[in-house]
Design a protein around this ligand. Structure first.
Ligand code: NAD
Length: 445
């Protein structure tokens, strides 16, 4: 099947590459000419396990190509995906200008009937707006052509995007068109061979499903962080509580890890946008607002522990703090809304310096903050510790889980760790003479 994907970000590129790999002929269109040039050379601008190989293989096979030519993209296929960004607007609602600009182009360039599938995360009613925009442009062209609209939200996780796409938990197809339904069924057939995981529904339910899923996951994170903060004040251990509640299959262990709050390009913006949607329809949603408020507070929790340890933020002036982990979660270089940023910016505001290490997000850190006197990039995780007054763990990368504590103590005689991800055992660190401050557990000395 010929397929065109508008947008070559995390979602568009992974969608395009995975569809190409099962044999569809994919053209990916982006307005960013630099990105398109790089991609045509096989240079993938984002870090995702397996993605480089997938793009290289399909470029070589001629099953994927990249272009800035939107009209060519519309002509290439009868199935057009919209996978462009939907960043938050000033008021927290999703900014639909990129989505609607693709709709405009489709209306201007189409010469036959198309299936238009919206993969971007968009507020309920947006697919209707896409349809209206295309219809308006067609009417101005005095064309009687038609479009079949689909809401096909994406559930892949950054860091495991390729495997999530290849083995989806579910594929949501929201459409009122039987024709579109058949096209989508054929498209996803290779991913559904042993077990058809596609759920067909109406367009609005599909759009809301995406927000409900992200808001539910964000709620779990804010909930456990709320309980962690209570545990600290009550002399309980959140890790014991987590195990205790997760054992109930109605609750389960997923997404109940206490930490520094959720970040990334999706949860913060999608929770905000859902809150905005509720306001727009005159519905007061205290739960959604609380999920966001708890998260914003949690992002400061680690800095507050560090500051309290030294007797207040002012006492951090002139200190050097080693930071392990910059990405908002492991296996990605994405630092959008990363809790590490809030922590490091608070250090800087207090007059402290940061020496940072992340296995893949160092370039992204340099891109965001440039070079500054109070930021040092360490060659490896141990080098970050030289002369540091404390180590802060901000991302739970696998390679941080079992370090050489004895060697670390030699580089950092202060033996102080503040851990925003609870990856170590307080008993073990206390036995080795460390001071260890983590989330929702008593400090270990
Ligand atoms: P992104 O910011 O990484 O990429 C968006 C791309 O769209 C950019 O390359 C941009 O240049 C391009 N673009 C903008 N306008 C365009 C146009 N008119 N024509 C062609 N290309 C255009 O975004 P992303 O992370 O891939 O997210 C895309 C959508 O998918 C968002 O709505 C997001 O909420 C949703 N989503 C993201 C994830 C994730 O993990 N990143 C997961 C599920 C859903």
């Amino acid at each position: 099947m010929n397929v065109t994907v508008f947008g070559t970000g995390y979602v568009g590129l992974v969608t395009g590459a995975c569809l190409a790999d099962v044999g569809h002929r994919v053209l990916c269109v982006d307005i960013d000419a630099g990105k398109v040039d790089r991609l045509n050379k096989g240079d993938v601008p984002i870090r995702e396990p397996g993605l480089d190989a997938l793009v290289a293989r399909n470029l070589a096979a001629g099953t994927i190509a990249f272009s800035t030519d939107a009209a060519k993209g519309v002509a290439h296929a009868d199935l057009l995906f919209i996978a462009v960004g939907t960043p938050p607007d000033e008021d927290g609602s999703a900014d639909l200008q990129y989505v609607l600009s693709v709709a405009q182009t489709i209306g201007e360039a189409m010469t036959n009937r198309k299936v238009v599938a919206v993969k971007s995360t968009v507020p309920v009613g947006t697919s209707d707006k896409v349809g209206e925009r295309i219809a308006t442009v067609l009417a101005a062209r005095q064309s009687t052509l038609q479009c079949d609209l689909v809401s096909n939200p994406e559930f892949l996780k950054e860091g495991a995007a390729v495997s999530d796409f290849l083995k989806p938990d579910r594929i949501i197809v929201g459409t009122a068109s039987q024709r579109a339904r058949e096209v989508m069924k054929e498209l996803y057939e290779p991913f559904n061979r042993s077990n058809d995981r596609t759920l067909y529904m109406d367009v609005r339910s599909a759009e809301l499903t995406k927000y409900a899923a992200n808001a539910m996951l964000a709620t779990k994170i804010s909930f456990i962080n709320e309980i962690a903060n209570l545990a600290e004040r009550l002399g309980a251990d959140i890790e014991e509580v987590r195990r205790g509640i997760g054992a109930d299959p109605r609750i389960g262990y997923h997404f109940i890890y206490p930490g520094m709050g959720y970040g990334g390009s999706c949860f913060p913006k999608d929770v905000q946008a859902l809150g905005r949607t509720a306001t727009d329809v005159g519905y007061d949603s205290p739960l959604i607002a609380a999920v966001e408020a708890v998260n914003n507070r949690q992002k400061h929790a680690l800095f507050e522990k560090l500051a309290t340890h030294f007797g207040g933020a002012a006492a951090l002036k002139g200190k050097r703090i080693a930071v392990w982990g910059l990405a908002f979660k492991p296996n990605t270089d994405d630092m959008r809304e990363a809790p590490a940023r809030v922590f490091i910016e608070a250090l800087w505001s207090a007059g402290a310096a940061a020496t940072v290490f992340d296995p893949v997000a160092m370039d992204e850190m340099a891109r965001i903050y440039g070079s500054r006197a109070d930021l040092t990039f360490a060659a490896d995780k141990y080098a970050a510790l030289n002369g540091a007054d404390a180590l802060a763990i901000c991302t739970e990368w696998q390679q941080f889980r079992a370090p050489d504590f004895a060697g670390m103590a030699e580089r950092m005689p202060s033996r102080l760790i503040v851990d925003g991800r609870n990856i170590y055992s307080p008993e073990r660190l206390s036995r080795d003479g460390w001071t260890y401050l983590s989330i929702g557990r008593a400090p270990a000395y």
